[in-house]
Write a protein that binds this ligand. Structure first.
Ligand code: GDP
Ligand code: IMO
Ligand code: MG
Length: 422
């Protein structure tokens, strides 16, 4: 039997590119859908048949009832939030208990990790990262410092291990003089979430995945966040705390680099960013507001305004390079329907120096633009490439040429059905 492959679908900018939508569209082609990084900081929106779901920790392949979904070892999981998310799906008729496997090696986010997240942000003052407040940084820090708790820990002497780690966190908070929290109700829900998680198969997902690959099955690795939020390759320190890039698929699922097949890089026809940090293409004017308004660019997790700007080819090329992207997927072209001129950042400039390579620090760099005529006609009813307006076709051609990578999927609306394969 031919060995199966792991295809990766990765956000290649600052997250919120539309990963959830495309994973849902792609799921029928795969046997397994697996998350390899991140946790409830993600918010993946899926819309079909007039229904809308926003998934955080649960993979976006769960709406296809025949498929196995996996939360891999590279993820962090908050049992209370997981329970709320899974119960919401259950109420909508999707019972995941037998078809969602959770890695015993994934790390747990404790309620006190969330308090620490807030405390560290408060201590940073104006340099705060603008995190989602879900305890992501503290949980991954403890993974790296070898003090964290893993999903497998809930199977034995859990209460003891939990109390010990909580005590350690409370000591850190006392040392920081951070007192703005009350754990009582939250802790109860969290412990109920731990009990709830026991109803799911808590397994060695890396072994299951490799067996499935050996049997010729195919896996879709669902990215979270985006390359510019990657702990190594993003705009550090204004990043998340996991490996969001293609290398993270191997470490976050326990699969070999040789098992990686296609690498889908997903991006929007323009740029957005949530939270703090440099963003050379950011628009502070009415055009930025218009993109936010039409694109509904408000955070799926926190409701925060997403910062908006034009497409950034410097970031795109960099992300294609570090991920080995083989196919691009362009989302939300329809949001730009009404613009007379559409700009694309083709280089960065600072102190008279121009570069097309991603600088070590993008702070202080400004965008150099190239202008394109807008198509000024609605894309959201289109069903095939043949119907693309000429100006839209030219926009796509330009991106393909600049990146030497084909755009094989174009999304023209949030619904599952508004997806055009080229
Ligand atoms: P993810 O985190 O990468 O899964 O993306 P999010 O769900 O956070 O954000 C993407 C947003 O854009 C969601 O509200 C989607 O419903 C919406 N969306 C996805 N594709 C399209 C598209 O082609 N056009 C429009 N207008 N909206 C889209
Ligand atoms: P999806 O998967 C957009 C951002 C936060 C903050 C930084 C660090 O939906 O694309 P964290 O809570 O991870 O410590 O926050 O990363 N961030 C995201 N931005 N989409 C996401 O996920 C994000 N996950 C984290 O806003 O700037
Ligand atoms: Mg999102």
């Amino acid at each position: 039997m031919a060995k199966g492959k792991v295809d990766a679908l990765l956000g290649i900018v600052f997250g919120d590119e539309g990963k959830g939508k495309v994973v849902d569209v792609f799921t029928p082609r795969y046997d397994i859908v697996a998350r390899f990084a991140g946790g409830p900081n993600a918010g993946h929106t899926i819309i079909f048949d007039g229904k809308k779901f926003v998934l955080r920790s649960i993979p976006s392949g769960v709406f296809d009832e025949g498929k196995l979904n996996v939360i891999g070892n590279g993820c962090v999981i908050a049992p209370d939030l997981f329970m709320a998310e899974a119960q919401e799906l259950e109420a909508a008729g999707y019972d995941l208990r037998s078809r969602l496997h959770i890695s015993k090696r994934a790390h747990l986010i404790l309620p006190t990790h969330r308090v620490l997240d807030r405390a560290y942000e408060a201590a940073k003052g104006k340099n705060r990262v603008g995190t989602t407040g879900k305890g992501i940084g503290p949980a991954y820090s403890e993974k790296a410092s070898r003090t964290g708790l893993r999903v497998g820990d809930i199977l034995e002497n859990f209460r003891e291990k939990y109390e010990a780690l909580k005590a350690r966190h409370l000591q850190i908070l006392a040392d920081l003089h951070y007192t703005d929290f009350d754990l009582s109700g939250e802790e109860e829900k969290w412990l109920a979430g731990v009990e709830y998680m026991r109803q799911f198969p808590l397994t060695d997902t890396e072994i299951e995945l490799n067996r499935a690959l050996a049997e010729g099955k195919n896996v879709l690795a669902e990215g979270a966040q985006g390359t510019m939020l990657d702990i190594d390759h993003g705009t550090y320190p204004f990043v998340s705390s996991s490996s969001t890039v293609c290398g993270g698929v191997c470490t976050g699922l326990g699969v070999a680099p040789t098992s990686i097949g296609e690498v889908f890089g997903i991006f929007k026809a323009y740029s957005t960013r949530v939270g703090s940090g440099p963003f050379p293409v950011e628009l502070f004017d009415a055009t930025g507001d218009k993109i936010r308004e039409i694109g509904n660019e408000y955070g799926a997790v926190t409701g925060r305004n997403r910062r908006c700007g034009w497409l950034d080819m410097v970031a795109l090329r960099y992300a294609i390079m570090v991920n080995g992207v083989t196919q691009l997927i362009m989302m939300k072209g329809d949001v730009l329907d009404s613009f007379a001129t559409i700009r694309v950042c083709v280089a960065y400039e600072k102190d008279g120096v121009r570069t097309t390579d991603m600088p070590y620090d993008t702070e202080g760099w400004t965008a150099v633009y190239r202008d394109f005529p807008g198509w000024q006609t609605p894309l959201n009813g289109l069903t095939s490439e043949a119907e693309f307006p000429q100006a839209f076709r030219e926009y796509i051609d330009f991106i393909e040429r600049e990146t030497s990578t084909p755009i094989t999927i174009v999304s023209v609306g949030p619904d599952r059905a508004q997806t055009i394969q080229r």
